[in-house]
Design a protein around this ligand. Structure first.
Ligand code: 13P
Ligand code: SF4
Length: 302
């Protein structure tokens, strides 16, 4: 029996659900019950009836799942698989910013630890940030930690004042216009989709700047376009090819690989199913405060 067959058999026998982010390795995507971006997966967690869920994604995603479903067992197969951006900010940094700008709303990207979320008013993802900021009355917003996503959101709200933090994603932040233009020379008809975590200097070369779910929607909404250049983590290319086998998707020239997303292997998923490794715990005093901001996001984007 192949490892894939073994996983499929065991998850059925044990009634364990596997949810996976769009950046997960192909084999993990293939065995997942639900695939999505960070917003869709957070929402999905609240709707899964099973008691045990394996979360194939980075640490903050598994923590978010546990915060939203504290009564369930959330298993994170590789607990050390964290997000480099989430590690760039500590709760003290948020408290310092709040002390400097007491009249501001604190919007924090979902790519943060639970302890940082506990300091924030509302959580956002790249797919939900515009909708959420549009709905809040506050004129002044502390947006953290991603400076690029923050700038992209701020560009849509010229009447609001934004305070940024100097965080970034090491996978997206170094994308350069040439990385796109070199591929565009080979495929001049291709539309360019880049993630909102990429830096502002590449946005003018993109047909759309968006989240991973936004890329799927863009392909759906442009049936006449046959080729796409994808400026985000490579796992997304596998996801897009699986969803749209008749279209061509090209990676940008710079390798975009999130080591921590790729740290979860099929063997880890199998062990997680067999040994129920490793349950996620978030201290209740942190979970309670972090939950408010996450639930606010789900409510404002319903
Ligand atoms: P999405 O919410 O667009 O899936 O992005 C999550 C992420 O970590 C991007 O690097
Ligand atoms: Fe974090 Fe970047 Fe990896 Fe996304 S791609 S999980 S932001 S390090």
């Amino acid at each position: 029996m192949s490892i894939k067959e073994e996983i499929l058999k065991l998850k059925k026998e044990k009634d364990i659900v596997i949810v996976a982010h769009n950046y997960q390795p192909p084999i993990v995507q293939d065995v997942a019950d639900f695939l999505g971006d960070s917003l869709a997966l957070a929402r999905q967690i609240t709707q899964i009836p099973q008691k045990k869920i394996i979360f194939a994604g980075v640490r903050f995603m598994a923590e978010t799942a546990k915060i939203l479903a504290p009564e369930k067992t959330i298993l994170h197969p590789v607990p050390s698989a964290g997000c480099g951006m989430a590690w760039m900010i500590e709760p003290e940094d948020v408290r310092r910013l709040k002390a400097q700008h007491p009249d501001a709303l604190v919007a924090c990207y979902i790519n943060t630890t639970a302890a940082v979320k506990a300091e924030c008013d509302v959580v956002v993802t790249s797919a939900s940030a515009l909708k959420i900021i549009e709905k809040v009355d506050t004129k002044k917003i502390i947006f953290l930690p991603d400076k690029n996503l923050g700038r992209w959101v701020a560009n849509h709200f010229p009447d609001k004042e934004f305070i940024f933090y100097d965080g970034f994603c090491y996978v997206h932040n170094y994308l350069k216009p040439e990385d796109i233009l070199d591929v565009k020379k080979e495929h001049p008809e291709a539309h360019v989709m880049v993630h909102a975590e990429t830096p502002p200097e590449v946005w003018e070369y993109a047909d759309i700047v968006t989240s991973t779910s936004g890329m799927i929607r863009y392909v759906e909404e442009h049936p006449e376009v046959k080729e796409f250049i994808v400026g985000t983590e490579v796992g997304m290319i596998y996801r897009l090819k699986t969803l749209f086998p008749d279209k061509d998707f090209y990676a940008v020239k710079r390798p975009m690989v999130c080591r921590n997303m790729k740290a979860i292997t099929a063997e880890d998923i199998l062990r997680s199913l067999k040994e129920e490794t490793y349950p996620v715990h978030v201290p209740e005093h942190i979970a309670q405060r972090a939950r408010a901001g996450i639930e606010k996001m789900l409510e404002l984007t319903r």
